[in-house]
Design a protein around this ligand. Structure first.
Ligand SMILES: CC(=O)SCCNC(=O)CCNC(=O)[C@H](O)C(C)(C)COP(=O)(O)OP(=O)(O)OC[C@H]1O[C@@H](n2cnc3c(N)ncnc32)[C@H](O)[C@@H]1OP(=O)(O)O
Length: 207
């Protein structure tokens, strides 16, 4: 976990939050990878190139990889790339997050500060549980989903692959949200949502 040769994939807003959580958790990061060299380098990381290009210097070097990308599709794609190459994909959990001992958190997932994951919940790979969100008991969050800051999922909620639950949204207990769904900031979701829908408001309505 504290391998000093860890690489941050992506190096902008979301990556900054992930990096600070990693540092708090005792995980060192000395490198980053991105499409191009960053203008801002707040953590003095060395640039290793772009993981999608042939001359990327990070493969087969025993590095650990940390997903620092907010976009669900890109994060999932990179998580799969790293996994398929048998490289070490790290899970970053901020020390202030409260995760039940009976909950599972998948590889490559980021759990931000003050997030709560309660009993028997199952969190997939490449997920973001953002700052101060609440995942109540027996929820299932599929790979690549993002629960934004302050969102609350009541008990037994299911969130499908790559879906996004906006900041401060509330999802009623037992609701199933499909894949690639976008739930707007502040929405209140009381009914199931099929795949590929965008829903806002209270009660949630499709737009
Ligand atoms: C650390 C971080 O920053 S994590 C990121 C956290 N960010 C968020 O949670 C933001 C989530 N995004 C949203 O809420 C966005 O507004 C979206 C994705 C739901 C919709 O975005 P767009 O598709 O661009 O929709 P657009 O802005 O054109 O609005 C379409 C309609 O929906 C309404 N609408 C959009 N978002 C919302 C919302 N959150 N709640 C209520 N109504 C909304 C608009 O008022 C508009 O209504 P109208 O047609 O009557 O004028």
């Amino acid at each position: 976990m504290s391998n000093s040769k860890n690489i941050l994939l992506g190096y902008s807003g979301h990556a900054y939050v992930v990096a600070e959580a990693a540092f708090k958790a005792g995980i060192a990061i000395h490198y980053y990878a991105d499409k191009k060299e960053a203008q801002n380098d707040p953590f003095n990381l060395d640039y290793l190139g772009y993981e999608g290009s042939g001359d990327f210097k990070g493969w087969n070097e025993g590095f650990g990889f940390i997903l620092g990308i907010g976009n669900n599709d890109i994060r999932t794609k990179l998580g799969k790339l790293v996994t398929n190459k048998d490289e070490d994909l790290l899970t970053v959990i901020h020390p202030s997050a409260a995760i039940s001992k009976s909950a599972d958190v998948g590889k490559g997932t980021f759990v931000s500060s003050q997030a709560s994951v309660n009993a028997l919940s199952n969190i997939g790979r490449f997920v973001i549980l953002n700052t101060n969100c609440v995942i109540e008991h027996e929820c299932h969050i599929a790979d690549g989903a993002h629960v934004a800051p302050g969102a609350v999922l009541a008990g037994n909620v299911k969130v499908g692959k790559n879906s996004f639950i906006g900041a401060n949204a509330v999802v009623k207990e037992g609701v199933t949200i499909g894949e690639n769904v976008i739930v707007g900031a502040g929405a209140t979701i009381i009914n199931d949502i099929p795949h590929n829908k965008k829903v806002v408001g209270n009660p949630g309505r499709e737009i």
